[in-house]
Design a binder for this molecule. Structure first.
Ligand code: AMP
Length: 189
């Protein structure tokens, strides 16, 4: 099983990623977590991406490529993956498709968690400070939401055209969202 999870900040991406991966026995690859780990460890990559994370900007595509490729290859050998937070730009999506074709690793579905902007803002401001993230100040939160709208949202059209988009109402309970994702995946809709 190879899955992509696309959702704005605050939509419950991390929680759903874990639940769905556990169900299929596949790895969750969270690019945000991988990047935060690099920053915490003070690696060369961590030092170059730190300011992007702090500002709520996307890390440049070339810096993402190697990080994601290595993690995906390893997870795929173990039976599949759920990519949480990648791709986030059309360039990443195109590159990912090219790469998947070369490696004969077709993606089964792109899951979109739909949550209205006012609800996202409410959730993000509510948890602000609780997770110790450097990007959860109000101005940065608003910026991350804008980045999703302008840069990531266009990916939904691409996956819809490819016939692999699964849209799920992300404003339900955590359990109901997981159930809808699993039902959608098993029916292939
Ligand atoms: P997340 O934990 O998914 O909200 O990601 C946190 C931050 O990591 C984002 O605001 C970006 O700065 C960076 N990031 C995560 N995934 C990507 C990606 N696919 N492309 C560029 N930057 C990313």
């Amino acid at each position: 099983m190879r899955l992509l999870l696309i959702a704005p900040p605050g939509a419950g991406k991390g929680t759903q990623a874990k639940a769905v991966s556990a169900h299929y026995g596949i790895d969750t690859i969270s690019t945000g977590e991988l990047l935060r780990r690099e920053v915490a460890a003070g690696t060369r990559l961590g030092l170059s991406v730190r300011e992007y994370l702090d500002r709520g900007d996307l890390v440049p595509d070339p810096l993402m490529r190697d990080l994601v490729t290595a993690a995906v290859q390893e997870a795929d050998r173990r039976g599949g993956f759920l990519l949480d937070g990648y791709p986030r730009t059309l360039a990443q999506a195109e590159e990912g498709r090219r790469w998947a074709r070369e490696q004969a690793m077709p993606v089964d579905a792109a899951i979109y968690l739909e949550v209205s902007p006012p609800e996202l803002l409410r959730r993000l401001l509510g948890r602000s400070g609780a997770e110790g993230r450097s990007d959860d100040r109000e101005a940065t939160i608003r910026h991350r939401l804008e980045v999703f709208e302008t840069t990531t949202r266009p990916l939904l059209d691409l996956y819809r055209e490819l016939g692999i988009l699964l849209t799920v109402d992300g404003e339900q309970s955590v359990e109901a969202v997981t159930a809808d994702i699993l039902a959608g995946l098993s029916s292939g809709s």
